[in-house]
Write a protein that binds this ligand. Structure first.
Ligand SMILES: [Zn+2]
Length: 490
């Protein structure tokens, strides 16, 4: 079931009670998922609707906060962009949350602005008991977008090309210095280290993506568990419990090898119970707006759990039982296709991953064949069982067709006749199109070498008939004419 945003409406099926914050035994518990979902719907920051936004976009959202927030410039990035902290609440337990130290990892930043809207919401919205528990028991400090220079380019590293998450100790970057100083001055009880991970992580032993992954980082090489780390583990158990109701089986746990240069490991070592949250992928959510909602829900639930000390009922064993992350996913996996090589043929699987290219609000995917052979241990977001099918190369239509004549019908006709690429006028180079065929200009003919590290451009045929075209890693079912993707004119 899909809402108008293409996000599954799963919450209404949850068989949970309508009363907030009470379990059947009467003990205080986590917040009901329905309540978290309605809080998100009410307080979602409307000015952010995709993953790529820079400092200019969030600056007014920081300066327009109400008097419940104390906002401060805590320093500047290499290129002089301000880095802010926002404080909320008067309680005894201190919590520091920082996001986007990697510039292209913005999912949690979006959720933090949703959370700010929630925290300063009006008392008559039905959520005041949650807000009150947080305000009275916690002192929250947020640093959203720690790496604004990276965010500007939607790149991982800062403007010095330093990975801030390897700069906790050496302190070569102003952004790393700001985070360390914020931790040392505030000395929080809890820390939330908010990141995104690539979409190829799955949950070990499963074909499901790790939509959210957690870690209570180790503070030493022996990976011991002290009271500080134990608390982080228990908070994670609470968030996992909530997520299992929303995205069953799609939560993973990172390997806890000690990384002596990273912030999470060191902040744990410095005495703050530190929780790493990594936002992965969810099928059909390329802009990660559903995962943003999940971030909002688990963060609010975790803060409430810390405010009420509800998290203390969970155990380290429950944390250890969370399955580990694996990295066995691909964008497209074609299994068992017959491949002809000279007089011989053999059966192979073909693994395809696609890189993202951003053009304003569009995301263009460029496919690449990343593996070939027996890929039976891998999984695909899309899988084709090509048993009984043969891999066939495509042809190129070299006579230029002007773009206005290259309709969808014309492109489908060419595709059905064995042409995977068509020439057009040079003036159209670099424009986008939604045709199910490669369109190129003079001198930019595509490469049809169907092999490792090459673009996926070929047909799957059955008894000599073309059934499926693979166009830059995208699947076009020739009989159904079912496709939807953007490409650039080469
Ligand atoms: Zn990261």
């Amino acid at each position: 079931m899909k809402s108008s945003l293409g996000i599954p409406v799963i919450f209404i099926f949850l068989s949970v009670g309508l009363y907030c914050c009470q379990e059947k035994e009467g003990k205080p518990s986590a917040i009901n998922p329905e309540i978290l979902e309605s809080a998100f719907a009410k307080y979602k920051e409307p000015s952010i609707d995709n993953r790529r936004f820079g400092y200019q976009h969030i600056a007014p959202l920081i300066s327009n906060r109400n008097a419940q927030f104390e906002t401060k410039v805590v320093g500047k990035s290499i290129e002089g962009r301000p880095i802010h902290s926002l404080s909320f609440g008067e309680g005894a337990r201190k919590v520091l949350l920082w996001s986007q130290m990697h510039g292209n990892e913005s999912t949690a930043t979006m959720a933090l602005f949703d959370l700010f809207n929630f925290l300063e919401g009006s008392g008559e919205d039905g959520f005041e008991s949650i807000r009150q528990a947080i305000r009275e028991n916690l002192r929250l400090r947020f640093i959203p977008m720690l790496n604004p220079d990276g965010a500007e380019r939607f790149k991982r590293r800062n403007a010095q090309q330093i990975d801030i998450n390897r700069d906790a100790v050496r302190q070569s970057s102003p952004e790393g210095i700001i985070l360390k100083k914020a931790r040392d001055e505030f000395s929080p009880d809890f820390g939330f280290n908010l990141h995104d991970q690539n979409r190829y992580y799955n949950v070990e032993g499963s074909s499901l993506p790790a939509t959210i992954s957690f870690l209570a980082p180790a503070y030493n090489k022996a990976r011991e568990v002290n009271a500080v780390r134990s608390k982080a583990m228990k908070v994670i158990v609470g968030m996992n419990r909530l997520l299992q109701q929303l995205i069953p089986g799609q939560v993973g746990k990172y390997d806890d090898s000690f990384e002596p240069r990273a912030f999470g490991d060191n902040i744990q070592k410095w005495g703050t119970s530190t929780i790493l949250i990594e936002s992965g992928a969810y099928p059909g959510d390329p802009e990660k707006q559903f995962i943003r909602q999940l971030n909002f829900m688990i963060l609010l639930d975790a803060l409430y759990g810390i405010a009420t000390e509800n998290y203390l009922k969970y155990t380290e064993e429950q944390y250890i039982a969370i399955p580990e992350n694996d990295s066995k996913l691909m964008d497209l996996l074609i299994r068992n296709v017959e491949t002809v090589a000279g007089d011989n043929s053999y059966r192979t699987d073909i693994g395809i991953k696609s890189s993202e290219r951003f053009l304003d609000s569009l995301i263009l995917m460029k496919g690449n064949i990343v593996d070939w052979g027996d890929l039976s241990v891998y999984h695909g977001y899309k899988e084709i069982d090509a048993s009984g099918m043969v891999l066939e190369k495509g042809k190129i239509w070299k006579e230029e067709i002007p773009m206005e004549k290259l309709t969808q019908g014309k492109a489908m006709d060419l595709l059905s006749e064995g042409y995977l690429a068509v020439a057009t006028n040079k003036a159209n180079q670099g424009q986008v199109h939604q045709l199910p065929i490669v369109v190129f200009t003079e001198g930019n003919e595509p490469n049809f070498t169907t092999t490792l590290d090459e673009p996926p451009l070929f047909y799957l045929t059955e008894e000599g008939e073309r059934k499926i075209a693979i166009v830059n890693g995208q699947v076009v079912m020739l009989e159904e004419e079912d496709f939807s993707f953007w490409q650039l004119i080469r």
